[in-house]
Design a protein around this ligand. Structure first.
Ligand SMILES: NC(=O)c1ccc[n+]([C@@H]2O[C@H](COP(=O)([O-])OP(=O)(O)OC[C@H]3O[C@@H](n4cnc5c(N)ncnc54)[C@H](O)[C@@H]3O)[C@@H](O)[C@H]2O)c1
Ligand SMILES: O=C(O)C(=O)C[C@@H](O)[C@H](O)[C@H](O)COP(=O)(O)O
Length: 542
């Protein structure tokens, strides 16, 4: 079937486009096309012959036509001749291809290695004469153009073709979600294997010092991040915080403020938050408050943090009175959801994350619910050590991307939660109360799952949805291994905590309920008997 390529490789002569492109195609099980070969087929002669017979302008014309066709129909992986992107019409077509979701990969080889390979390769009319000098001159001219044309940059210095191909494949398979909107400096959530390699690129060259805030269970991933940051020339302060909710306190934040002060962190320095949602919430809060706000990048390592906590700029800490009661809306410069970190994620914490994934399906994207239904058993059996490269990897990547898109939609349109964004709080009014009463022994996503059943019951009691949809909540969440009932606490304590929820106004309770899948609504001041009845219904599995 004629379709655009999965990716197009560009680069200097000798960069390894054909070799690496072929490897990538093989790994992905797709076709590989070398534009130079197609040109030779169409011309019926070797490129060197065409050059000497018709000259460069005619060759570039033919090349441009061939590439225009390949960008519409080639599918798979396409590699372009070294000089192709220097032609304006080729650049225009590559831009169009990118705007339609295409990936143009600039294969950035070590100049010395590429020059040697190009010299040995032959059939390169542009290198006629003193090949090394010609190559260097071409490099000066082409490198800035290639750099600007490509939307994916892969450095291959010292890499074997297989290793370079793996790098290209990871970057090509990356899913990016762009977050933008009024009062948001746009940023990307980059989802895939190896996305933490973008750390330095996202942090930029202004910061001198980076506070790398992380917890102990993700030490292996923070070690890697620290190495990447040091390689990029930053001074890294390693900030280990207490794990999970114990890290989201004013005492922990204060300890970090003191360190930042002692270590001379200025406004141009930055924070990297690496870990589960608790670590990224705390890191964002520190970044938001230090000198009234410095740059920060989140590297979520739990499913829940990838799909929800790391994106959207809700930063904060807990107080003895309730969850997330202190914080700010403060947007990250980027989010790098590196799926490689899921290798170490325990099964129960993965499943907890599915609570927020399902929530996003209920409020906006029914396809999420279908994917969860169709893969419930594999998801429930998630095992980090066998996850990468398994069929589940693609399923999870799609769930992350879809859930982040749901989040991005609400955040982009209502950063400060004036109304629309509150829909992301479906299931949270009771969920946060459960977490608090259980002293955070109940994990957030689990509490949200029960909270969603409660909100569905409330919707049904008030006549917004049928009991069938409530049953569907129980059946789907239960099939994923999430809890659907809670028998701790008592009604009075729960009611008091729900009054402290951030959606409440004055003495009035407010909830998010459903009118149907994908149709959340605000519920203001519902009859207290209905709320109590919904509460009673989640006390035992119905
Ligand atoms: N800011 C937001 O918009 C937002 C959204 C949703 C949730 N949250 C917050 O996020 C927190 C919940 O996040 P969570 O579920 O990630 O919990 P968490 O941060 O407590 O992490 C759960 C546990 O998993 C560990 N962990 C994380 N990644 C790991 C990995 N790759 N390998 C091994 N261990 C790993 C953590 O260290 C921790 O022990 C709550 O505080 C919640 O309020 C915030
Ligand atoms: O981003 C939002 O907005 C959300 O409500 C997302 C929730 O899933 C998340 O748990 C958030 O931390 C809850 O925020 P809160 O304002 O209710 O504390």
């Amino acid at each position: 079937m004629a379709e655009p390529p999965v990716a197009v490789l560009i680069g200097m002569p000798g960069a390894g486009k054909t070799r690496v492109g072929g490897e990538v195609a093989q790994m992905l099980g797709v076709r590989f096309t070398d534009s130079d070969e197609v040109i030779e087929q169409r011309a019926g002669m070797r490129i060197t012959e065409y050059f000497s017979e018709y000259g460069e302008p005619k060759f570039r014309e033919l090349e441009s036509q061939v590439i225009a066709d390949l960008l519409r129909t080639a599918g798979g992986i396409v590699s372009l001749g070294g000089g192709a992107p220097m032609t304006e019409s080729v650049r225009r077509n590559l831009q169009k291809y990118i705007s339609q979701g295409g990936k143009v990969v600039y294969l950035q080889a070590d100049p010395q290695e590429a020059m040697e390979r190009a010299r040995r390769g032959g059939n390169r009319p542009m290198l006629a004469g003193d090949a090394a000098a010609r190559w260097r001159a071409l490099y000066e001219e082409r490198d800035p153009v290639f750099d600007a044309v490509a939307n994916v940059h892969v450095h291959t210095r010292g890499s074997s073709p297989q290793h370079a191909a793996r790098k290209v494949m990871d970057m090509v398979m990356e899913h990016d979600v762009h977050v933008t909107g009024t009062s948001i400096t746009p940023y990307d959530v980059r989802i895939g294997v190896g996305t933490s390699n973008h750390l330095a690129e996202v942090l930029g060259d202004r910061p001198v010092r980076i506070a790398l805030i992380h917890t102990a269970p993700v030490q292996r991933h923070s070690d890697r991040a620290r190495a990447l940051l040091r390689q990029a020339g930053y001074e890294v302060s390693d900030v280990l915080i207490p794990d999970a909710e114990a890290g989201k306190t004013i005492e922990v934040a204060n300890g970090i403020w003191q360190r930042l002060g002692n270590e001379g962190f200025t406004r141009s320095d930055a924070v990297v938050g690496l870990g589960g949602g608790a670590a990224t919430d705390l890191a964002g809060f520190v970044a938001a408050t230090w000198m009234r706000g410095i740059r920060y990048v989140n590297c979520p390592t739990s499913l829940l943090a990838m799909v929800d906590a790391s994106t959207g700029g809700k930063t904060g800490i807990n107080t003895p009175q309730g969850k997330n009661l202190v914080g700010s809306f403060y947007t990250p410069a980027g989010v790098l959801a590196d799926m490689r970190t899921l290798e170490t994620l325990p099964n129960d914490i993965f499943i907890e994350g599915l609570g927020e994934v399902a929530k996003s399906g209920f409020i906006r994207d029914p396809e999420i619910l279908s994917i969860l239904e169709n893969h419930a058993q594999q998801l429930r059996e998630f095992n980090g050590s066998t996850f990468l490269g398994s069929p589940l990897e693609d399923v999870v990547a799609e769930l992350i991307e879809r859930t982040v898109k749901v989040k991005a939609y609400h955040v982009s349109n209502d950063l400060r939660e004036a109304g629309l964004r509150e829909f992301l709080n479906y299931g949270h009014t009771l969920g946060h109360a459960i977490e608090q009463i259980e002293h955070f022994k109940w994990r957030h996503g689990n509490a949200v799952a029960v909270g969603c059943v409660f909100a569905a019951e409330l919707s049904s009691i008030l006549g917004y949805i049928d009991q069938d949809l409530v049953d569907y909540h129980r059946q789907l969440l239960g099939s994923l291994g999430l809890p659907i009932s809670w028998s701790g606490g008592d009604w009075d304590s729960v009611l008091a905590l729900m009054h402290r929820d951030k959606k409440a106004r004055g003495n009035t309770l407010r909830f998010v309920v459903l009118e149907g899948i994908g149709h959340p609504i605000h519920l203001e001041d519902p009859p207290i008997e209905a709320v109590h009845e919904a509460f009673e219904r989640i006390r035992s599995a119905h």
